[in-house]
Structures are given as C-alpha cells and as structure tokens.
Design a protein around this ligand. Structure first.
Ligand code: NAD
Ligand code: LMR
Length: 347
C-alpha cells in the first residue's frame, strides 16, 4: 500500500483535527446500508475524514444518487456507489473497515429485540459476504479480515451472529469485530454535562454492558470532570441514557430511530478504528466485543484500538454499589440476547 500526502487545502486543514503527520496510508471504508437514515449522514462524515482514501457506499437500492452527491465534496477519498447484491463483492474488496447500518429501525412501542426477525437475516447475509470478499493481504503481508463496525440492531445479538458466521467461514478474529455502542457514550456525556454544568467537550463517561435498555450501563461514578450529583440525579441520568434511543423513537413518532446522532457516533468510532490501524497511540473507545472481563462472552467496555483492531479490552474499574447492582441485573438479559444470536446463526 502506498503512503500518500494529504492535500494541504484550507478545508483539509480544518478537517484534519489535529493529526500531526502529513503521511497517512490509504484506507478503504465500506458502508453497508449507505442509502438509509444513518447511512447517508455517515457517508457524509466519512467523506470528511482525511484518514479515508476510498469510500465504498453499498445498499440494496438508491446508492448511485447518494454516492454521486457525496462524491462532489472536495476531500481526499474517492467515492464509489454499489447497488444490489451483485455489486456487494466489489464494494467490500480491499476494505479496511466495514460499517454496517443496514436493517430496519424501531417504531414506537417496539424493543430492539423486535427487530431481530428481519435484521438477523440481513446481518447474516452481509457477514457471509464480508467473510468471502474482505480478507486481504495487509501491509504486514498477512491475511486479515476488515474491521467490522456493527450498528444494526439488536447489537447485543447481531455481533454474536457475525462472530458465528465468521467462525464458520474460518475468518473470525475477535480483535476485528465491534458492536458500535458509541451513541450510548455520546448520550451519557451530553446528559451528564447538562446536569453537572460542566463543559461537554471535557466530559468522559464510560458506558459498559450492551446496547439495549438496562444492558446499557453508564458508569457515572467514573465520569470526569467530577461533580457532586445526588443519588437521585445519578439514577435519573442512568435511566435517560438507557432510554435515549426510545426518547428519539417516540419523538420521531413512527419515522424511525436515531440517525443523525448515530451517524456522528458511528463516524467517531470508525475514526478511532482507522487511527488504531494507522498506529496512533492511546486510542480508547467503548465497544461491545468478545470479552473475558465478565462471565459473558460479549460485553461492552473500554477497548484500546491498535494496528490489529482490539489491542486490549480494559477492565471495568471501581464501580459504585448502584452500578454493581446494575451490572448483575443486566447479565441475564444480555446472556439471552447473545444465545439467541448464536442459535440463529447456527440454524
Ligand atoms: P433505515 O431504514 O433508514 O436504513 C436502513 C438501510 O439499510 C436502508 O437504506 C435499506 O435499504 C438498507 N438495507 C436493508 N437491507 C439491506 C441489505 N441486505 N444490504 C444492504 N442494505 C440494506 O434505518 P436506519 O435508521 O438507518 O437504521 C439502521 C439500523 O441501525 C437499524 O437496525 C437501527 O435499529 C440501527 N441503529 C443502531 C444504533 C446503535 O447505536 N447501534 C443507533 C441507531 C440505529
Ligand atoms: C439507539 O440507541 O438510538 C438505537 O439503538 C436505535 C433504537 O432503536 O433505539
């Protein structure tokens, strides 16, 4: 792979967001479900990312228009659109990061698990294609599969489905599969900053567990900057973070779930993956990954990202009694969502 210099136009300076080096490797990112509510703004944000040299936009329909539109933006990456299953292989070939926001969103009254029947099949099919087309010879001359960023719900089950599909194909590397839980962190930071009256840009809050209802466990006891919030305030913040997705689903009143904030969160996480691949130090984000930090086989926690994907799954750190209780409560639900995904994939 060639090393290219970034263009030094004023817009690329603005978008570079503090990268010191002028030399960045070529990186291909593929978005599957790119014409959807998340897919379109995510395609836009990935087009603005100077770490991306090639952006492949795939959907079952409507991708040519989205790709033509995004391709006119004068940033580094070359954009190509792919429509329909016959073009999926071309979209995936050579991808370093594959982001999957394909599938149906919730309507009011539904849980994320209610999406399982439709989305499990979509994810299974896409992961079979990833296993077929994505392993490629990397810079280090090893056969490696792309990093997969799973957004499609229910994430608690779709990630185990992906793992099983990759195992069957012989391409599974637990270091390269991620459930995207960044939106939970984004929400926890926003809600905490509002309540604690601290600058939102300075806030850090780990969110662990999974990505549905009580399986989302924000650790406000570890939030920084520190604030003296009451137990009642912490309980309310926890509940609002857990119900953040439902808050948007209800406000959209049947027109889908979070798309814009999710595109932002997805872009942050993909950027972290790319930085890790490129060897940037200290890239840490929360993500739902194969894990041994609890007895559950998949669990979201802070993860250090590196040249091979997951470099280290970080532990939970000290928990408050309230968080310890939340952790025990979430385990049965998360376990059953994991088992449901594994069972489906092996049917
Ligand atoms: P959407 O309906 O607006 O878009 C989904 C897109 O997927 C559509 O363009 C559709 O054509 C496409 N699609 C369907 N089947 C496909 C296939 N086999 N291959 C490729 N593309 C396919 O939905 P949305 O609002 O973008 O949400 C997408 C998914 O993301 C939902 O499952 C939603 O629950 C989930 N989501 C997850 C998070 C998270 O935090 N992880 C946040 C928000 C939404
Ligand atoms: C979210 O957290 O916004 C997503 O998981 C979408 C949803 O259904 O809530």
């Amino acid at each position: 792979r060639s090393i290219k210099s970034l263009a030094t136009s004023p817009s690329s300076h603005i978008l570079r967001r503090g990268y010191a080096s002028e030399a960045v490797p070529d990186r291909k990112v593929a978005v599957l479900g790119a014409a959807g509510g998340i897919g379109q703004p995510l395609a836009l944000l990935m087009k603005l990312n100077p770490l991306v040299s090639s952006l492949a936009l795939y959907d079952i329909a409507n991708t040519p228009g989205v790709a033509a539109d995004v391709s006119h933006i004068n940033t580094r990456s070359v954009v190509s659109g792919y429509s329909g299953e016959a073009e999926l292989g071309k979209a995936l070939e050579g991808a370093d990061v594959v982001i999957i926001p394909a599938g149906v969103p919730r309507k009011p009254g539904m849980t994320r698990d209610d999406l399982f029947n439709i989305n499990a099949g979509i994810v299974k099919g896409l992961c079979q294609a990833i296993a077929k087309y994505c392993p490629h010879v990397s810079i280090e001359i090893l056969l490696k599969q792309a990093l997969v960023n799973m957004i499609s719900n229910p994430v608690n089950s779709t990630v185990p489905i992906a793992a099983e599909v990759f195992k069957k194909a012989g391409t599974y590397d637990p270091k390269r599969l991620f459930g995207v839980t960044t939106l939970d962190v984004v929400r926890a930071k926003t809600f905490y900053a509002g309540k604690a009256k601290v600058p939102v840009a300075e806030v850090n809050v780990p969110v662990v567990g999974g990505h549905a209802g009580i399986t989302i466990l924000p650790l406000f006891s570890q939030a920084t900057p520190k604030a003296n919030l009451s137990d009642a305030e912490i309980t309310a913040l926890t509940k609002r973070t857990q119900d953040g997705g439902t808050e948007v689903v209800e406000a959209k009143a049947g027109k889908g779930s979070a798309t814009l904030s999710m595109a932002y969160a997805g872009a942050i996480f993909a950027d972290a993956c790319l930085k890790g691949l490129n060897g940037a130090p200290d890239v840490v984000e929360c993500s739902y990954v194969q894990s041994t930090i609890t007895e559950l086989p998949f669990f979201a926690s802070k993860v250090r990202l590196g040249k091979n994907g997951v470099e280290e799954v970080l532990g939970l750190g000290p928990l408050s009694d309230y968080e310890k209780e939340g952790l025990e409560k979430l385990k049965p639900e998360l376990q059953s969502s994991i088992e449901k995904g594994i069972k489906f994939a092996n049917q």
